[in-house]
Design a protein around this ligand. Sequence first.
Ligand SMILES: Nc1ncnc2c1ncn2[C@@H]1O[C@H](COP(=O)(O)OP(=O)(O)OP(=O)(O)O)[C@@H](O)[C@H]1O
Ligand SMILES: [Mg+2]
Length: 320
Amino acid sequence: MPAVEVVGLVKRYGDRVAVDGLSFSVEPGQVFGLLGPNGAGKTTTVECLQGLRRPTAGQLRVLGLDPVADRERLCGRVGSQLQDSALPDRMRVGEALALFAGLGGHRHDWRALLEEWGLAGHTKTSFAHLSGGLRQRLLVALALVSAPEVVFLDELTQGLDPAARRATWELIRAIRDRGTTVVLVTHFMDEAEQLCDRLAVVRAGRVVAEGTPGELVAHHCGPRRVRFSLGATESSLVGALTFLEELPGVREVHALGGEVEVVGHGPVLAHVGAALVARGVAPDDLRLEQPSLEDAFLGLTLEEPSRTTSGPSAEDRRGN
Ligand SMILES: Nc1ncnc2c1ncn2[C@@H]1O[C@H](COP(=O)(O)OP(=O)(O)OP(=O)(O)O)[C@@H](O)[C@H]1O
Ligand SMILES: [Mg+2]
């Protein structure tokens, strides 16, 4: 049984479609990432999965239960860090952790989390007096304090300094190793690549691609780019680079300063290398530019989708 299952989720606000038939499932113990542009419907989806919003249509299951109808049974088994959530200004760090540790009638030890999350010196600090990064750490610690089986983290490392981000990744790996299933919403490609076993890219309320980070890069990165530079003696070749355009798989050749870029499909690197050597040119920096998850993400999300239903306007993309 998947730990989390979403089948055909639709969520409308009036005639605005926030989620438009979205499906994915997460196996127990996986870290599953949701990526997508602002306004794509990620937060709405995880809020529906936490029983905070009622779906317009579709089926949702978390640990085999319905997030709305079985909300009480899921309490304590599911942890949540909501995007832009807040606590009462006067609530102190220790009080908040003690409160959340007791949810669902449990008595979890919250003091261990203080050390793990770098909050040990702040037990008596009130929420209003925490820096942005410390608030974020507290909100993540609160999501984990009941030792949940499934945890939803919406923009986990937003506002954290680089060292705190790295430390947070280690903690997420540690909870995954304990068997917790993690659903992570993120805009950081490095975070997705480092942490997620599988990813879904969401655009305009639908999943447009799903797979491991490696699969997304391999299948959605568009053409390959081969680059090399020409030395002073070879730069006269620039005007004669048309022979590269004739090579199998090559679509475009650009010369920029002393650097040449060949864009195409298939074994372009091998063809370019062979053709250059045959003409007595052997650039020592001939290379295939490695595509990244960001390239795949931009390829999947930049083009405006065709929609029959109303989509988020530019104004909606401001935020949440
Ligand atoms: N309560 C609401 N009432 C009306 N529209 C809403 C409401 N909440 C969200 N929306 C709209 O639903 C769409 C999806 O929003 P959502 O917050 O789920 O996006 P997101 O993918 O989390 O974006 P971001 O990356 O900016 O956090 C947006 O068009 C948003 O304006
Ligand atoms: Mg969001």
